[in-house]
Structure formats: C-alpha cells, structure tokens
Unconditional design. Structure first.
Lengths: 116, 116
C-alpha cells in the first residue's frame, strides 16, 4: 500500500462545484503539503501544514482551502471550481527530523482534476 | 523573478548509454539542490541531493554535479535503463529557508526517453 494516498485519483467536475481532494499518510510525518502541477510548469505549492494546528498559504493559495483533520490527513478544497484549476494535484509529506533527508518530499500518486 | 529552469525539455538516449540532464538556476542565494524523478502516472520521487559546499555527489548509478560559478546543476545517469524513462526535475532551496521544504522551487522538468 502507498504511504501517501490520494483520493480521488481522477475527477471531472463542472464550473462552480465544490470539490475536495483528500490525502492520508502512514509515514507518521508532521509536515504535509499540497502542490499543483500543470503541463510545462514545475510543481507549485498551494498550502502546507507543519502540524495539525499549523496551516500556511503557499505560492498559489487563491481559490483553495485546506483542512488538517489529523496528523495523517490533509484535504484540499476548491470552494467553487473554475476551468483554470484543471491540473494534477499532489499531496506530499516530509520528515524534518535528523532521520529525514533535508529536501525529501514523499508524494502521493496525484489527483487529476478536470473542471469543465 | 528568479527561477529554476532546464536547458532541454526532452532527452532521448539508447539503453546502456550515459544520460546527462541539465538544470540552470539563477538564485545565487540557493544553497541546497535536489533531483526528483517522476514516472508516468506517479508522483515525483527523490533521487539525490547536494549542498552548495559540494561540487559532486554520487549515488547508485547517479551523480549530481554542481557548478556554482555558472549556476548549473546536472544529473548524470550511468548505463541508462528503460526504467529510467521519466521526467526529471531539479529543485532549489534558498539559504534563508531555515531548512524548510516549503521554500523549494521546482524546475519545469526534462523528459528522458530510453530507447531499447
């Protein structure tokens, strides 16, 4: 089983609909992230969370919100989806402890969202 | 603004050959660099990292070279195999990040295709 699991893997929705992408992890990491990937662009950070009570905006947070329900769960919501939010979304975790590799993010397999 | 970029968007090599994937960075304040591999339909996976006080680091079949003079990073893959076919991303982190991965900036990626 994957250490970082994203659901759904694929979703097609219509403009104006509310969408939630869910992420759960079994790695025991405190730090979780949501990224967006568009063709020809690098990964861009939407939100990140260092623990259950810590939520921070990333580079492109407008139009998105997140919820850290537990150490293992971090969900991303699009309150009113629009077509330019069509993208591949990745959840990731990292281990800031000395055991972890500094720049190593552990990614889920992605959630492909299409907004019509 | 400063960004991480790649010289070549695609690279095609023969199985068994060595591959070199390049990355140019413009933020002279970056002190930590990472390479990720993303196979089709999967999330990015950490390959190797290097700190700015080094100019070379070797892993298993991979070597990362850092030339701070010209702000250039490369990933060398020895004896390239079909399983190496993927998109490769470089990422950088500025020295004032406090070691936090939320400040990672990702490049756009190079698609490596290995021909049998």
């Amino acid at each position: 089983d994957a250490d970082v699991t994203q659901t759904p893997r694929n979703r097609i929705t219509k403009t104006g609909k509310r969408i939630m992408l869910e992420c759960s992890q079994t790695k025991g990491h405190d730090r979780m992230y949501w990224y967006r990937q568009d063709p020809g662009l690098g990964l861009r950070l939407i939100y990140y969370s260092f623990d259950v009570k810590d939520i921070n905006k990333g580079e492109i947070s407008d139009g998105y919100s997140v919820s850290r329900q537990a150490q293992a769960k971090f969900s991303l919501s699009l309150e009113s989806a629009i077509p330019n939010q069509t993208a591949l979304y990745f959840c990731a975790t990292s281990d800031p402890s000395p055991r972890g590799v500094a720049g190593e993010l552990f990614f889920g397999e992605g959630s492909r969202l299409t907004v019509l | 603004g400063e960004s991480v970029g790649l010289h070549l968007p695609t690279l095609s090599v023969q199985e068994g050959d060595n591959s070199i994937i390049n990355c140019a960075y413009s933020n002279s304040a970056s002190d930590y660099f990472i390479w990720y591999k993303q196979e089709s339909g999967k999330g990015p996976q950490f390959i190797i990292d290097i700190r700015s006080n080094m100019d070379k680091r070797q892993g298993q079949r991979v070597t990362v070279l850092l030339n701070k003079t010209v702000k250039h990073l490369s990933l060398q893959i020895a004896a390239t195999q079909p399983g190496d076919s993927a998109v490769y991303f470089c990422a950088e982190r500025p020295v004032n990040s406090g070691g936090s991965n939320y400040k990672l900036t990702f490049g756009k990626g190079t698609l490596l295709t290995v021909n049998p």
